[in-house]
Design a protein around this ligand. Structure first.
Ligand code: GDP
Ligand code: MG
Length: 183
């Protein structure tokens, strides 16, 4: 089976760990000081449920409540990873703004694959957003939710597997345990 090409955008407030999650996944390392202003596209080929995926990961420079999102964030993107950090209430508010913007641009967001990620879950002492608050938000939007730590390599891989699975589900391809396609 040929590799499926999928393009995924990471969005969210600055400094939440979009680049760190991406680099942890792509290069298996935690980079402490990655230029926060660059937007970069990373490539990684992975095997998920017996299918090879050639992933293109658009690591955006970040958004705030005033951002006007460029068209390129909506064209040819198969799925979105919306990242906040659990030690920043502000970043949690910004992610709701980003979600609303996606809704405006895409219309029926029910069909857009989105995963919500609360990063920096290693910072227990500095937590401002409870796991419960993250989960409730994702339930409201009917999307998957994960907490992660790029620093401690916790769930970084899972985040990307989850968005790929969510993209597959949205397009009606739900592999069962044996790797067959259910219609
Ligand atoms: P971005 O602006 O969203 O791309 O954020 P970066 O990936 O550049 O990370 C911003 C800062 O947060 C950097 O100093 C990272 O080292 C730090 N950081 C990223 N992920 C984590 C994490 O999971 N835990 C902790 N403690 N720090 C993190
Ligand atoms: Mg970055």
């Amino acid at each position: 089976m040929p590799a499926k090409q999928r393009k995924i955008a990471l969005m969210g407030f600055r400094s939440v760990g979009k680049s760190s999650l991406t680099i942890q996944f792509v290069e298996n390392q935690f980079v402490d000081s990655y230029d926060p202003t660059i937007e970069n596209t990373f490539q990684k080929t992975v095997m998920i449920s017996g299918q090879e995926y050639a992933l293109q990961l658009v690591d955006t420079a970040g958004q705030d409540e005033y951002s006007i999102l460029p068209q390129s964030y909506f064209m040819n993107i198969d799925g979105y990873i919306l990242v906040y950090s659990v030690n920043s209430q502000k970043s949690f508010e910004v992610i709701q703004f980003v979600y609303d913007k996606l809704l405006d641009m895409k219309g029926n967001i029910g069909s857009i694959p989105v995963v919500l990620v609360g990063n920096k879950c290693d910072l227990a002492m500095e937590r401002e957003v409870s796991q419960e608050a993250g989960r409730r938000c994702a339930e409201k939007w009917k999307i998957p939710f994960l907490e992660a730590s790029a620093k401690e390599n916790q769930s970084a891989k899972k985040v990307f597997e989850q968005i790929v699975t969510t993209i597959e589900k949205a397009s009606g391809n739900v592999p069962d345990q044996k790797g067959c396609i259910l219609s």
